[in-house]
Structures are given as structure tokens and as C-alpha cells.
Design a binder for this molecule. Structure first.
Ligand SMILES: [Zn+2]
Length: 125
């Protein structure tokens, strides 16, 4: 396996810009989902012009809420990644200190763990 090199400044700048862009999109998404959850809440409260839909209204609301929560979680991770870019620790696994694969970072720019540690995490430490 080839040695993993630290990303160049140019690469970091690009990643940082992409992260900020994704962050903006997520913020819009979160806002939309919160509004949706709100609307569904009120619609759930009795006023419903689509009776066929009423049974699933609270389910939809919960879905919107959980999507919103998920998006917020990603937002936190993006903020974190931007901070790591700024302090020079971006792309380093938080657990083992090894460089995270560039393929992995490309797929998940805000990854905090290398693939090995992530797998370890998922299979239950
Ligand atoms: Zn690791």
C-alpha cells in the first residue's frame, strides 16, 4: 500500500469550500424540515383537508423531525471538520492517529475515524 500523504493546502481549501457549501444546504434543509414538522403538527391537530392522509400525519411529522435531527448531527460534524482543517488535524483519525484514506475522505469529507476504527466501532468495540 502506498504511504498516505497529508492533503495539500490546495486540497484542503477545496474541501473546506465544499464543506461550507454543504453546510449551507443543510441549514436550508433543516429549516425546511422544521417548518414541515411544524405544519404537520398543526395539521395533526384536527384541521386536515386530506382525510386519506390523516393517519400518517404524525408519522410524517416524526420523519421530518428525525431527518432534521440527522441533518443537525451532520452540521456538527461539518463544523468540526472545518475546525480541524483550520488547526491542521484534518484527515487524521481521532482514535488511532493514522491518516484517513483519501478515498474515504472524498466520500465522507467530515469523517473522523479511519475505516478500520469505524469498522471496529460498528462491530461493537
Ligand atoms: Zn483509526
Amino acid at each position: 500500500m502506498a504511504a498516505k500523504k497529508a492533503p495539500t493546502k490546495t486540497q484542503l481549501r477545496k474541501v473546506r469550500a465544499e464543506l461550507l457549501e454543504e453546510r449551507d444546504q443543510l441549514l436550508v434543509q433543516v429549516k425546511g424540515l422544521d417548518v414541515e414538522a411544524d405544519v404537520k403538527y398543526w395539521r395533526d391537530g384536527g384541521f386536515d383537508d386530506d382525510p386519506a392522509d390523516s393517519g400518517s400525519a404524525s408519522f410524517e411529522r416524526e420523519t421530518a423531525q428525525s431527518l432534521s435531527k440527522h441533518a443537525r448531527g451532520i452540521l456538527t460534524q461539518i463544523d468540526d471538520a472545518v475546525r480541524r482543517i483550520d488547526n491542521g488535524t484534518y484527515g487524521v483519525c481521532e482514535r488511532c492517529g493514522n491518516r484517513i484514506d483519501s478515498d474515504r475522505l472524498e466520500a465522507l469529507p467530515y469523517a473522523r475515524l479511519c475505516l478500520d476504527c469505524k469498522r471496529h466501532d460498528e462491530t461493537g468495540r
